[in-house]
Design a binder for this molecule. Structure first.
Ligand code: GLY
Length: 368
């Protein structure tokens, strides 16, 4: 079983990301090999993860005292009430700080489990087993935890790094194409903010990645993790540089929130729409050159990624979208802070714009 290992070193934690096929069957050994010691573990499992995987995971953890919570993962359930409910269950089992939470699911399960791990007795061990492409290339690494509030997405949260991340590509085979496209949106984002050669690789091989062909899918995951690692290691707490990982997300979070996290527009789709919006804004504000813009947009179209904002949102949504953008975490003033693109591999952050400027732009953009 070939494994790829990357180590993330931040000020608060040093931990491995292991990428490979069918790793979950060996989880117990991977934990042991990486010297993560605990007696009890609490699995927080997305209900959508097929039971055969959970059976294998429990079997591989037979030396441990294992408890499990089945989480109905959705943006609506990613809230503080559920955090409290799960914390109470773990408290009732008297877990200590030396014990471990194992998150098994996509980004919603991961963000929720990580916040629980951070809050429980001020922190216990955390292992992420991301089961979606989006979680494997983005949310399972870097230590962001969070839940939603009626005021917006991920507005309650912290930074809490895991002790181990295991990205098992076997889970991806159970996902619908829509879910793969969502994860691809974050892979694509990483290429745009960091690497023209990775962008060229994606441009050439996106079909093989969508089909989960080896070694293309592994390379896409590995390169994404490498890009994210290098940013997180430099700026764990998002004081500056890490903001570039939010390229497209200020628009995306507002789009999702304005639709009340409806299943009609999921996070990954909103991210691609947000990226396209940020590209148009960059072009209109003379940051991005027309030929570079065309190259990127051709890729979006060829790969059939979500592209037309007005297929998902209407002018009547504009007021709500702007009110969510104003509350974005990256803003330090009444203005809206955006991450934009100068060229592939060259993002710009901390650009501030008035609500009115963005309103005029979005109104036009939605009308076309
Ligand atoms: N997904 C953006 C970040 O982790 O900073």
């Amino acid at each position: 079983m070939k494994q790829i290992k990357l180590t993330v070193k931040t000020k608060t934690q040093k931990y491995p990301i292991i990428i490979g096929h069918n790793l979950h069957k060996n989880l117990g050994n991977i934990i042991k090999k990486n010297s993560i010691k605990f007696k009890k573990c609490f699995l927080i499992v997305d209900k959508k993860v097929p039971g055969k995987f959970i059976f294998n995971i429990k079997k591989s953890l037979k030396q441990k005292e294992v408890y499990m919570y089945s989480f109905h993962a959705s943006e609506k359930n990613k809230n503080f009430n559920n955090i409290n409910k799960i914390l109470e269950i773990i408290l009732s089992k008297n877990f200590s700080r030396e014990d471990c939470i194992i998150s098994i699911g996509g980004g919603i399960t991961g963000d929720t489990s990580s916040l629980i791990a951070n809050l429980y007795k001020r922190g216990l061990k955390l292992i992420n087993l991301p089961t979606t492409l989006l979680a494997q290339v983005d949310s399972s690494i870097g230590g962001k935890t969070g839940v939603n509030s009626k005021y917006g997405k991920n507005l309650i949260g912290s930074f809490y790094q895991p002790n181990l991340v295991v990205a098992d590509t076997i889970f991806l085979k159970t996902l619908p194409k829509r879910e793969i496209i969502c994860g691809y949106g974050e892979i694509f984002k990483h290429s745009l903010i960091d690497s023209k050669s990775f962008f060229n690789f994606l441009n050439k091989n996106y079909k093989k990645i969508f089909n989960l062909s080896s070694p293309y899918i592994e390379k896409a995951i590995y390169e994404s993790c490498k890009i994210k690692r290098s940013v997180v290691e430099k700026d764990e707490k998002e004081k500056g540089l890490r903001k570039i990982l939010n390229f497209g997300h200020t628009f995306a979070h507002a789009y999702e929130a304005s639709q009340k996290y409806s299943k009609k527009l999921n996070h990954g789709e909103a991210v691609v729409l947000g990226i396209k919006t940020a590209l148009n804004f960059s072009l209109e504000n003379s940051l991005l050159k027309k030929n570079e813009y065309k190259l990127i947009v051709n890729h979006i179209n060829n790969a059939e990624l979500p592209s037309s904002l007005n297929e998902f949102l209407k002018i009547k949504d504009l007021k709500k979208i702007l009110s969510f953008m104003v509350r974005d975490k990256k803003n330090n003033s009444s203005k809206i802070s955006l991450v934009l693109l100068r060229k592939i591999g060259s993002p710009v952050f901390n650009r501030e714009y008035t609500k009115n400027k963005i309103k005029v732009f979005l109104k036009n953009y939605l009308a076309n």
